[in-house]
Write a protein that binds this ligand. Sequence first.
Ligand code: Z5A
Length: 203
Amino acid sequence: MTGTFISLEGVDGSGKSTQAVMLADALRDRGHEVMHVREPGGTPLGEAVRDVVLGPDAMTPWAEAFLFAAARAQLVADVIGPAIDAGTWVVADRFLDSSLAYQGAARGLGIDRVAAVNGPGIGDCMPDLTIILDIPPGAATDRRAGRGSVDRIEGEGEALQESVAEGYREVARRYPDRVHLVSAEGTLDEVHARVMATVVGTL
Ligand code: Z5A
């Protein structure tokens, strides 16, 4: 029996990380073995890439896209793939669709071209379900306020986040069987209830 792979996506501050933890806990309560991963990260290489790609040094959009793709390839090979093969449920805080929305759409590299670069490293290890937490970027900015440190991409401001939000909507239009937009507005419990309803209703 193979496991089930769910990814959570959204603009920075949409509440993905919080909802990923709540989803993983809820699935464990239902008796599933659950692994929770985040991108970029989850392997020694991925954590090193995270430091570089979110650090202060400027890089070209393609350099950025390749770094995220490299971290993802290692995470699939070392962590997600083996977990799925062992029957574990995987909840990922970001996966391929982050690259499609940020680098493909917002950076203008093209969704198809960024998907093609990632393809060899991912193979057939795609999420069974992707939930995009949909929130007006301004509201996400308010949630992030007071959190302290700002990474390089987040520091580029509201205009980038608006383009990313539109990129996610395009991703949802392209892959309607896999990708579902869920409103991230309201309380933590209200959003969690919507996430669970989507999981139960689609898997
Ligand atoms: N990136 C990329 O460009 N391409 C890629 O392929 C990948 C990533 C994989 C990763 O940053 C950056 O890399 C990210 C995209 C880019 N950059 N940007 N911009 P990260 O991993 O450090 O952070 P993040 O993934 O962007 O998100 P985050 O900072 O962890 O935020 P979040 O996960 O969306 O939200 P949160 O941490 O769960 O919640 C934020 C705050 O809001 C927190 O204080 C919560 O308590 C609060 N919150 C959450 N939900 C609610 C509700 N419902 N009501 C009120 N308050 C709430």
